[in-house]
Write a protein that binds this ligand. Sequence first.
Ligand SMILES: *Cc1c(COP(=O)(O)O)cnc(C)c1O
Length: 305
Amino acid sequence: MPLHIETPLIQSRPLTVHCGRPVWLKMDALQPPGSFKIRGVGHACETYVRRGAQRLVSSSGGNAGLAVAYAGRSLGIPVTVVVPQTTSERARELLQLEEAEVIVHGASWQEANELAQSLVGPTDAFLHPFDDPLLWHGHATMIDEVAQSGLQPDAVVLSVGGGGLLSGVAEGLDRNGWGHVPIVAVETEGAASFHAAFKAGHAVQLDQINSIATSLGAKRVCDQAVHCAKERPMHSVVVSDASALSACERFLADHRVLVEPACGASLALGYENAPAIASFKTVLFIVCGGATATIDQIRQWSKAP
Ligand SMILES: *Cc1c(COP(=O)(O)O)cnc(C)c1O
């Protein structure tokens, strides 16, 4: 039994009416740890444990860390997550709820990650949040489920942080004979490391991240994401934080599910009936989810100038 669940695939009536064409949602926000990440992380953790790992180590205070903590508890393996001081109280609580050991260290993710790496002994496995073929292989299962349902999308809209989700969806499309189906890759302004790579033709390191969509905040995407952009039909779109936040509110009202702005970024293309999806008939949105934002925080961000 895999650690992820098969999620609902539903047609959004509000977005279908708004966009004037069929809009479908792959509801990975409903995964038990709150995001799609458990698909890849679960597969990677199971693989490492099968190879003999006795502890799982992560440096993510976000959804990747939550997925590792969930996987470890489910497999009966201890988990250590090193997070920087900037990690929200909410994220720490969620990690502790999954019974992970949480070590708070350093002012930024770089320092937390360095400590995490130094803790990895010969019987430990380190879980990267997006740059590992095992992750992509696990993420691809969401497209297997879509293919098994009989739905044929003309485009897939998804959010990009470090590019693990994009790499996994590309693998899923390819292995289901849908290599020709375009991916519309969405980021927020200030976290657009894929857009920079897409334009340059190679991975680019951003100086800083400046977006409230923290789950998209990878300064550099994995090389596999750049490779995908060259090998298959791909579009890169950047939206504002305000658009992502507004999409979170509207999605909550329409579908009664709270997602992070990282996911709202993708949904904004539907709520704004954006030109980037205008030429596709049936559009599939990956509702990647995210557990680290509260409705109070989303409303506070929306009020900030
Ligand atoms: C991790 C994450 C992303 C981005 O995924 P990558 O594999 O880093 O590109 C998007 N949305 C949510 C909610 C996430 O947790």
